[in-house]
Design a protein around this ligand. Structure first.
Ligand code: NCD
Ligand code: ZN
Length: 351
């Protein structure tokens, strides 16, 4: 099949995994999310983390205060799981509609994860409640053991952590966040529909060479780290197949340039400024533009049992490549926009 489409109208997308940060950074990055996304699952790894329903409500108000008047955007709030998380607060937060999910950060796995979970069995009482009420459990799926190679950490997490959790809580709704490996794709595809995965735009277009060949490129360093090409290809195949286990989570994670361009640079890429252009390019390349709306706008709401967005957006193809936004300026410094290393022809427009 050849593709000669030049425009595509789709249900407004949602972002099922984003770091909006707080204060000055929030004000700068939020407009990129509100522009073309109806909702976003807002990650709770602030400093200090968003641990209780009260914290999340305060954070949500901070976001809402910065929304443009004509915005259709709804921030969906998550709690940061700790070994002290109060199961009753989780239950009430979810049933009252204030909280949509709880996120697991294995302690030490990524940015601001020090307060995360060391011994997974200590959170079993909270998981029991979440299973009972149908609340999604979002997982940063990497082990942190020093003796496990960083490129193997996702696959080892599946075998040693996720499979036991799944066996113990067969009805729990689990999202494997920012999936990066073929092992992860195979695992998620082997599961029932109460397991799903988010996939980022960057893991669909770069492999680890982008970060390591020709000089070290800190703006391609994120966690989970990009893997070999076979893993990227497995992710592309999975999302463009139309499989409902997979939906878009940008994992847009802005850090100012001086924090990334350092002898110990932070993990995270800021991609939300060109996410939809990248996604359209990937689906076009695979002759799968007809599957794009499922990935960006339909599979996520189905998993979260939320209605799809009523607004639509249009993706328009330009014959010449679009200029790429390079960076945004903030009071705390410049933030580099993710460069996908491919020409982008598709532009998202509100209609
Ligand atoms: C995220 C961040 O900076 O908050 N970084 C990243 O590389 N993705 C944390 C995370 O999601 O792991
Ligand atoms: Zn993230």
């Amino acid at each position: 099949m050849t593709n000669n489409r030049t425009s595509l109208t789709i249900t407004m997308p949602d972002d099922w995994h984003v770091h909006l940060r707080s204060d000055a950074l929030l004000a700068h990055v939020l407009p990129f999310s509100t522009k073309h996304f109806g909702r976003a699952i807002v990650m709770p790894n602030l400093q200090p983390p968003v641990i209780s329903t009260k914290d999340a409500t305060r954070y949500q108000q901070q976001i809402q205060a910065l929304l443009p008047q004509e915005s259709h955007f709804t921030p969906l709030m998550t709690l940061y799981m700790t070994e002290q998380t109060d199961a009753e607060d989780v239950r009430q937060g979810y049933l009252s509609g204030h909280i949509n999910a709880v996120k697991l950060y294995p302690a030490g796995a990524t940015t601001n994860s020090a307060a995360g979970v060391k011994n997974i069995e200590n959170i079993y009482p909270v998981l029991e409640v979440m299973e009972e009420i149908g609340m999604p459990f979002l997982v940063h799926g990497e082990v942190v053991d020093n003796d496990i190679d960083i490129f193997d950490r996702e696959a080892v997490f599946i075998d040693t952590k996720l499979i036991p959790i799944r066996q113990r809580f067969p009805k729990l709704n689990i999202v494997f966040e920012h999936l990066t490996t073929k092992e992860g794709v195979d695992y998620v595809q082997s599961c029932d529909n109460n397991t799903a995965a988010t996939v980022t735009p960057h893991h669909l277009v770069i492999n680890r060479n982008a970060m390591l060949v020709g000089g070290i490129k800190p703006h391609y360093y994120c966690l989970p780290v990009a893997k070999r090409e076979i893993h990227r290809l497995a992710l592309v195949k999975a999302v463009t197949s139309g499989d409902i286990h997979f939906f878009l989570g940008t994992d847009s994670a802005p850090h100012v340039d001086h924090a990334k361009e350092s002898s110990c640079g932070c993990a995270g890429v800021f991609n939300v400024a060109n996410t939809l252009s990248i996604i359209a390019q990937v689906f076009e390349q695979e002759n799968a533009l007809d599957k794009l709306e499922g990935f960006t706008s339909l599979h996520g709401p189905a998993f979260y049992k939320l209605p799809i967005n009523t607004h639509k957006i249009c993706l328009k193809r330009s014959a010449i490549p679009l200029p790429l936004p390079k960076n945004i300026d903030t009071e705390e410094g410049s933030i580099t926009v993710f460069d996908p290393q491919i020409d982008l022809h598709w532009k998202a427009e509100n209609i």
